[in-house]
Ligand binder design. Structure first.
Ligand SMILES: Cc1ncc(COP(=O)(O)O)c(C=O)c1O
Length: 442
């Protein structure tokens, strides 16, 4: 019996004992191909020597200092590395230990910004249904997944309200084109601002590419420009959550680069440290920093482990490897190969409704019936079945149920490490294909 509270008390997961590059070894001697980087985290795979060396060197130098007393070279270097050319006017970073902490910081900073600029009434946040921003109470309140919210609903702040997701496969009507769909969504957002009173809204929060909740859903063309316009018109901030889709996962360092907009505050995490250490952060626009500088002079928020030296040293090494090995180009090339390999293997499968994504961030939506997009009954736990079948075929994938409304629908998320090769990609598509065949045939 394990004394660890696993994700379920009904079964213990396999014990991982080793790993190298794209492969994870289990205690019973199996080698599993990593098709998902855990939860889109392990962007360099396992065992990168440069990252390991950076972590030990940092431990030898300074293991920990408190940010109230000292700064540290690793955190300074990480901020410089990520923001040296001020991408989109983002000028400062605040590093924390997870994606949820990053979103908590983003929400609190947006609120504080409006106190600094003399608009204290702005206390409302608009986010989207079928989104995920983390599991701590503030981030969970921002998120729009009904199943995750339900048990804790009495504890969640009503400062957050939700508009429709931008999810064309499920919600674009047949009688509207993409531009009309975008207009409908922007009109709904505008109506929500009006309902709340635009002068009361602090920010609109969205994942640039939706991650686990609905599975690698990119927005329709022009959507983010339209929502940025609504925010600008009403003086609200745009907070983009790139915890999962950011730091190169979609083929550009920031997913917003492909949307023609810039956020005021951006949350990042998984790909920042690649899982070598727990780390997240917010990247902050100059406008927000200047308001703090002219006002109270600091962020009224903090954690014991913020800007942790070892976490930052690991992230610096990860980011250098990505740059030096030109891995974003590999993300784009291998992403294109993954898209076509998945389409070839599963594009006509009667239980595959949609294959979608960008870069090395792809999802396959599993349906009972391709024609009417009907989902399998939730009791079948189809995404879990595909996960188990994939494991039997030596492939790790990230399954998720509730794709449509938090309860119905299934998808499989793929997010291989950026170091992946054509051989790996072909194996991922072929093993996933076999797993989908097996799980849906049962
Ligand atoms: C978009 C998004 N935001 C926030 C989080 C929360 O991150 P963490 O699990 O590190 O707290 C996640 C995690 O999956 C995520 O995908």
């Amino acid at each position: 019996m394990s004394r660890l509270l696993h994700r379920t008390l009904h079964a213990d997961p396999p014990l991982a004992v080793g790993g190298s590059g794209m492969w994870i070894r289990t205690a019973d001697g199996r080698d599993i191909l990593d098709g998902c980087g855990g939860a889109a985290v392990a962007c360099l795979g396992q065992g990168n020597a440069a990252v390991r060396a950076a972590i030990t060197a940092q431990l030898d130098a300074v293991a920990y200092v408190h940010t109230g007393l000292f700064t540290n070279a690793a955190a300074e270097e990480l901020a410089e590395l990520v923001l040296q050319d001020e991408p989109g006017g983002l000028s400062h970073a605040f590093f924390v230990s997870s994606g949820s902490e990053a979103m908590e910081a983003a929400i609190k900073l947006a609120r504080q910004y409006f106190l600094e600029v003399g608009q204290p009434r702005r206390t409302r946040f608009i986010a989207r249904r079928m989104s995920y921003h983390g599991n701590t109470l503030g981030a969970l309140a921002a998120g729009g997944n009904p199943m995750r919210r339900a048990p804790y609903a009495p504890l969640l702040s009503d400062a957050f309200s939700h508009v429709s997701p931008a999810f064309a496969y499920r919600h674009k009507r047949d009688d509207e084109d993409e531009a009309q769909y975008v207009t409908r969504l922007a009109t709904e957002l505008e109506a929500e601002f009006q309902r709340l009173g635009p002068e009361n809204v602090a920010a609109f929060c969205a994942e640039t590419v939706v991650g686990a909740t609905t599975g690698c859903v990119t927005a329709p063309e022009g959507y983010f420009r339209a929502v940025r316009d609504v925010c600008d018109r009403h003086g609200a901030l745009l907070v983009l959550d790139e915890v999962m889709c950011g730091m190169g996962r979609t083929g550009t360092m920031h997913a917003w680069e492909q949307e023609g907009v810039v956020p005021d505050i951006q949350a990042v995490a998984k790909g920042l440290g690649g899982g070598y250490q727990p780390i997240g952060g917010i990247l902050i626009g100059r406008k927000v920093i200047e308001a703090l500088r002219a006002g109270s002079g600091g962020f009224m928020h903090g954690h014991t482990y913020q800007a942790h030296p070892v976490a930052c040293a690991a992230a610096v090494a990860v980011q250098k490897v990505i740059r030096h090995n030109n891995l974003l180009e590999n993300v784009r090339d291998m992403g294109a190969r993954l898209a076509s390999a998945l389409t070839e293997r599963l594009g006509n499968h009667r239980h595959v409704g949609d294959i979608r994504g960008r870069g090395l961030f792809w999802a396959v939506e599993i349906v009972r019936n391709r024609g009417d997009k009907a989902a399998f009954e939730p009791v079948l736990a189809m995404s879990q079945r595909v996960k188990e079948a994939a494991f039997r075929h030596g492939l790790a994938i990230y399954p998720m149920g509730g794709t449509i409304d938090g309860e119905h629908g299934d998808h499989i998320l793929l997010a291989p490490p950026y170091i992946t090769t054509a051989t790996d990609i072909d194996a991922i598509a072929s093993r996933l294909g076999d797993a989908v065949d097996e799980a849906t045939a049962a």
